[in-house]
Design a protein around this ligand. Structure first.
Ligand SMILES: C[S@@+](CC[C@H](N)C(=O)[O-])C[C@H]1O[C@@H](n2cnc3c(N)ncnc32)[C@H](O)[C@@H]1O
Length: 277
């Protein structure tokens, strides 16, 4: 069978199963099966063998059941780098990419010792280590399984980053220039309203922020009072509508806001603050 015919078949199957990105997903899955880029796939007039077609069909079936494309291909791009990802880690989001630019701007000629709370795939730590030359860090997470993925993704920088299984409350005796966290922040009762791709496949532990969505955010703020250097930056990613409450908690805990980052949909997605003396 010709490649274009197979792409069309996959795309119609996904469309019939209400997958909105049916065409592009069919192309991505076939390029994954063939081990070539989508661009090369589309210009080639190649035929596909039975084994490849069977593999393609089985992956299309998984996608038709709403499994995210990143888990099927075991890959997600974040700031132009490919990260290994599977069902044990949250899939890196484009909004999270926005946190990195201001940090690079601020720390580019400075020494930086950072803490990444909830390291997940390691996409945030990797970007800092990759884009800020004099940086070193510590990445923590409570999920052993995601820590394995982080270690895999951060192999290149293993001499500059330590990766530990720890919850934020258990960190003591160290001071950081920067504490960065994209914590779980979905309100528990709202998880069921998320799309099937997310609620059926992504790890609960990476989504569930407790009854008000702020459980881990509060823990990070409280602990940062002890482990952030004066003038250090606490960079927190937050959920939609959480800004007023988080801003209040920061103020009560003697943090001064330095910057907010608004995402592609105009939601306040990240707050940078510093600790007052
Ligand atoms: C939303 S994911 C973010 C993953 C990654 N940093 C990213 O931006 O793609 C949140 C991560 O925090 C971890 N986590 C949840 N509670 C935690 C805690 N108390 N201390 C440290 N990590 C925690 C989860 O296991 C998950 O990997």
């Amino acid at each position: 069978m010709k490649i274009t015919e197979l792409i069309n078949l996959g795309s119609s199957y996904l469309k019939n199963n209400k997958i909105l990105s049916s065409r592009i997903d069919s192309e991505i899955i076939l390029s994954h099966v063939m081990g070539i880029s989508r661009e090369r796939l589309l210009i080639g007039e190649n035929y596909i063998n039975k084994e490849e077609a069977d593999k393609f069909n089985s992956l299309i079936l998984r996608r038709s059941r709403n499994e995210p494309i990143a888990y099927i291909t075991k890959n997600k791009e974040f700031r132009s780098t490919n990260f290994f990802v599977n069902k044990n880690s949250l899939i890196p989001r484009p909004e999270t990419e926005l946190i990195i630019d201001p940090l690079v701007e601020f720390y580019k000629n400075k020494n930086l010792y950072f803490l990444d709370v909830g390291i997940g795939t390691g996409c945030i730590s990797f970007s800092i280590l990759n884009e800020i030359k004099n940086s070193r860090g510590l990445g923590i997470d409570i999920s052993n399984k995601t820590l394995n993925n982080a270690k895999k993704n951060l192999k290149k920088y293993k001499n500059r980053v330590k990766i530990l299984k720890k919850s934020i409350e258990d960190l003591n005796n160290t001071k950081f220039d920067l504490i960065i966290s994209n914590p779980p922040y979905v309100v528990k009762r709202d998880i069921n309203r998320l799309s099937d791709d997310i609620k059926k496949f992504e790890p609960r532990i990476a989504l569930d922020g407790g009854n008000d969505g702020l459980d881990v955010i509060k823990k990070v703020i409280y602990k940062s009072k002890d482990i952030l250097k004066y003038n250090g930056i606490l960079a927190l990613e937050i959920g939609n509508g959480q800004y007023p409450l988080v801003a209040k908690i920061l103020k009560v805990n003697k943090f001064k806001q330095k910057k907010i980052i608004v995402d592609y949909k105009d939601n306040i997605r990240c707050i940078f603050s510093t600790l007052l003396k």
